[in-house]
Design a protein around this ligand. Structure first.
Ligand code: NAG
Ligand code: NAG
Length: 346
């Protein structure tokens, strides 16, 4: 039997790799399991969708991300009509539903179907952009404590539970041509939103190496392209973070506490894509941190960020490895839950 040369093997593995259309430059948490696990998900993941209350035709959600995820899910091959086959259970409800009516809906599910009682909701998930409010009602307590909440990034409300909940990234607002290799004019660009003003931002504004503007989107694109870093204050306007990454402007997130709600946190190594800095050093401290990043590391972050945007892209028709599939993948990772012994009726 002829042996296969190492070069041929290498070529073969490269071919298989590119066959996945996954970029080698993206920083994944565990690339060795991601690919096989993703394929397993495509083959076997099943989700049962509880019927919505009758009055919820049309758009029941407040954000475009939620609507798009919902529509894509309902049209996807992951949905099953047979709850016995399901790994997870989806509870759709309109954003406008009151906590009291939501509690009623959960109670109905608990009484009519056997699935809630098996895990007290741990294999259930729901969409809520801002997060479900606290309540002493048992149904809401179990929903919030056990079920997977999918909300929108950033979740500034504090209604997010790390490792259990998931966030949807913002939708790209504009399509801009990739940047030409010009020498960046600014160290960092920050887009000012109505909510931003603070003493730190005043300092950054005064600093000659930073550019702060509240520009129209086309102008923003130019500033992104002419800056090494793009500055964001966590919780403020982060809607253009993915655009910044696509244009190879490394995101800098100013935050005084660890961020636990980044999109695709189970999949991507954000520390290799974005810089996280505290506000305490002021504008000079910020400059020192950014200047201290080695060229090789900077180049790596730029490439990782640009490559990661394929997983953060929303498509009307979901594409392999895009944000819809990666959110589904995060759900798939959460499918192993404890099921209690069947409730025995006396
Ligand atoms: C689930 O348990 C509750 C008691 O906690 C019970 O009232 C309800 O009937 C059970 N649901 C089913 C489908 O057996
Ligand atoms: C940006 O867009 C606005 C309106 O869409 C237009 O008036 C302006 O000229 C554009 N600026 C540039 C630099 O293209």
């Amino acid at each position: 039997m002829a042996s296969i040369s190492p070069i041929a093997l290498l070529l073969l593995s490269l071919l298989t790799f590119t066959g996945h259309v996954l970029s080698a430059t993206t920083s994944y948490l565990s690339p060795e399991t991601l690919f096989s696990n993703y394929d397993k998900m495509l083959d076997s993941f099943k989700i049962f969708v509880y019927t919505t209350p009758p009055s919820t035709d049309g758009n029941i959600f407040t954000t475009t991300q939620e609507s798009q995820f919902y529509t894509s899910l309902l049209r996807s091959p992951f949905v099953t009509e047979d709850p016995i086959q399901a790994h997870l259970f989806f509870i759709p409800f309109p954003s406008s539903l009151s906590t009291r009516n939501l509690a009623r809906q959960i109670r109905n599910i608990r009484v009519r179907y056997p699935f809630w009682n098996r895990t007290l909701g741990a294999d259930h998930f729901y969409l809520s952009a801002a997060g479900v409010d606290s309540s002493s009602d048992r149904n809401i307590v179990e929903l919030k404590k056990n079920s997977i909440q999918i909300s929108c990034f950033p979740t500034s409300s504090g209604l997010f539970i790390p490792h259990k909940d998931i966030t949807l990234p913002p939708i790209h607002r504009f399509q801009v041509a990739p940047s030409v290799n010009a020498t960046p004019a600014f160290l960092g660009y920050m887009r000012l939103s109505e909510r931003s003003p603070s003493s730190l931002i005043e300092e950054i504004k005064e600093h000659p190496e930073f550019k702060v503007e509240s520009a129209p989107w086309n102008k923003t694109g130019e500033f992104i392209k002419s800056s090494r870093f793009c500055l964001f204050v966590y919780g403020d306007d982060m809607t253009w973070m993915v655009e910044a990454m696509a244009l190879q402007c490394v995101p800098v997130v100013i935050t005084d506490r660890p961020i636990q709600d980044l999109p695709l946190m189970d999949v991507m190594k954000w520390s290799e894509i974005a810089v996280f800095v505290s506000s305490s050093g002021g504008a000079n401290g910020l400059r020192r941190v950014l200047d201290g990043i080695e060229k090789s590391r900077y180049e790596m972050m730029k490439k990782s960020g640009a490559a990661a945007t394929q997983h953060l892209a929303w498509n009307a028709e979901p594409q392999p490895h895009d944000v819809f599939h990666m959110i589904i993948y995060q759900l798939w990772l959460r499918r192993h839950t404890i099921r209690y012994a069947r409730w025995v009726e006396q």
